[in-house]
Write a protein that binds this ligand. Sequence first.
Ligand code: GLA
Length: 697
Amino acid sequence: MSTSSFSRALSYFVLAFSVAAGAQTPAVPRLGAIPTQIPGQNAILMGTDWYPEQWPESRWEDDLRLMEAADLKVVRLAEFAWSRMEPSEGHYDFDWLERAISLAAKHHIVSVIGTPTAGPPAWLTQKYPDTLRVDDNGRRATHGNRAHGSVSSPRYREFGRRIAEQMAIRFGHNPNVVGWQIDNEYGYALMSYDDVTRRQFQDWLQAKYKTLDNLNTRWTTSYWSQTYDNWAEIPIPIGGNNPGLMLDWKRFVTYTWTSYQQNQIDAIRKQADARQFITGNFMGFFDGFDHYQITEPLTFASWDDYVGSGHVDPVYNGLAHDLTRGFKRQNFWVIETQPGAVNWAPVNNSLNRGEARAMAWQAIGHGADDVNYWQWRSALNGQEEIHGVLVGPDGTPVPFYDEVSQTAHEFAQVENSFRDTIPVSQVALLYSYDSHWAIQFQKHTEKYDDIGLLKSYYRALRHLSQSVDVVSPYAPLDSYQLVVAPSLNVLPQDLAEHLLEYVRNGGQLVLGPRSGMKDEFNALLPQRQPGYLTDALGARVEQYYALEKAFPVSGTWGTGSASIWADQLKARVTDAEVLLKYGKSNGWLDEQPAAVTRAYAKGRITYIGAILDDKLMAAAAEWMVQKSGVPPGFGSLPEGVEVSRRMGGGKRLYILINYAQDSRRVALPHPMKVLLENKQAETLELAPYGVSVLLDK
Ligand code: GLA
């Protein structure tokens, strides 16, 4: 089944049960094939990132034996092996890679090949300096690091196309190659600040705006004498610039990396079997480009899940998984994760014993179908010598290998239960890159953290509903009982119409602070917030305030405090109900509405203008799920225990993880099968970092 027919099938089933079931727990969807699950392979996989080019060939089989013994089923390889695959211009050597792939297959390990364009070889960059990126100080990159190629250089793209094509000719029909990763973390979205890029940006603007008059109007360039009489006058923004230009630059960066990616997708697709997937490795909340757009042409999204210093924050990590699942609204892979410690954080402490296993199961619970440890064994030299690994420089396993091995055995033991299952949520949080960028450009208070606010809503709503999707505001919304947009600052008319349609059909829409202020050009809307939704809400924002300190608020959800930001609301129709008011504060806000709700058509719109403390947030979330009739996905749980649910293929699975420092006893809503222990149970005892996988038919 193609990706788009999969999404259609998914929307159909989700829609079918939501309409039919109302406030009930969703029915188990019947899905077609899931693109993240590889035909002929286990439904959930564990693997590692392996670099055979760094080791003598005589060593490879020892590595693969150790991987096989640990039940590792996937290797990702070659994404930094350009100088080995094309040792000089136009001379390719893939024989070694083919032998590595065959040997891996002998040990029941399939391969994912990375295209090597995040590390162009020295012969290339030295012969063709125009392929090297220029930074915003005008300095061209030197050789020896990575992500030094210029994404906008036509010559660099041509070299990228050729190597991807040659690799696809060689491996596109290899039965042991299941898929491809393009580039590596897309060069952190770094751009080249050279004339070529600047001209491309100007051409892109011309194609978008058609006339300079139009651009000058949309950007209000009469302000500070910015008026452009010629496309060639338009700069690449460095530092602060016109908000319209800055937002368009971000979109141009998205466009540039997306077309860079497409150049390689086309080269591979032309040669390779359709069964081979194509993915990219993204980085959670990294905001260099719009991930909804860049992941569009990929078979599925993957991400690199690193904790860095400290320990996993299950709420933030769960949110990042759900964000990645939301890019394409389907399951994903964790194509890299941390084997104990990294080498790039302020303090490279190790994860505690058991923590990585908990993280691996959390990934599966949130919709991952593969977890790969980066990396198998560190190279003896090179920038990442002292990063965490599974095998030490002597070629024997480090202690962490045993934990990976245990987890991978567990994956292999229960994999079949996960076949054709996905997380299904009745609550959606809307996350928009345009709004995120617009707020970042003009924060108004350095304390405003839109991702932090998203997390605060997520924490409260996920605690109650036990499953939340994070999706683009433009995603189909009909399957959700509740849709919450914590900071939807950029809200043009077409988006407002999309949200109103959802509400008209019975949806519950909740908007957070700063909503509905800007149009798609990052210009202020010529009406008060929430812009095109003001009439439906029956209320508007009279004024907004950056707060120096917390102020009291009280109302339907109790009494507490609001901090950082305050939208002062005003009800304009009698049926707009004030839910919360500010107490004595800066004089302007005293006794003024902080949250308003109104029934509209078959649904309801609510605007919460304040950033609430945790207790009020929890009460507000309680109100939201009650109003919208969202039941918990599982049932009540002790503090510190997270549950995730996957459904499909006639099954319901729950993954319970205890992140608390001591043991937790969990009473199940009814007896279920405890898969890892292969027994029926009604209660569970979870040790710290303890995991239980439950099958509830
Ligand atoms: C990133 C990269 C890898 C490696 C790891 C180290 O995710 O993709 O190549 O550098 O970080 O943590």
